[in-house]
Design a protein around this ligand. Sequence first.
Ligand code: ZN
Length: 130
Amino acid sequence: MIHEFLIRTKEKTQVVDLTEKVAAIVQRQGGEGICCVYVPHATAAIVINENADPNIGLDLLDALAALVPEGKWRHDRIDDNAAAHIKAAILGPGETIPYGDGRLLLGRWQSVMLVELDGPRERKVLVRAA
Ligand code: ZN
């Protein structure tokens, strides 16, 4: 079954750690397999990286802002959020994580995170552990 939960973001750009929510789904599933975490959105993304130091997420947002300036794109004429689309396309909408014994096989410093790029909004996250 595909699990679904909602995240209400609070900022224009923001990183939200999903690791505990995803780990709980995998724990209920048990055993071993592959877990897909996916956002069905065009201006949000899923990444796996360190969140022990939350500055890494802020640095990622700053790096993306430096890479993709606001307000100079064709889509801005109709929706004014082209930079968010481009950043989301660079990061991608999902990640796949192996699990064993009902536990995500993430590295010591890895977390699963939603990256909000055009908030604040309500974001749907889909998780399938199979
Ligand atoms: Zn748009």
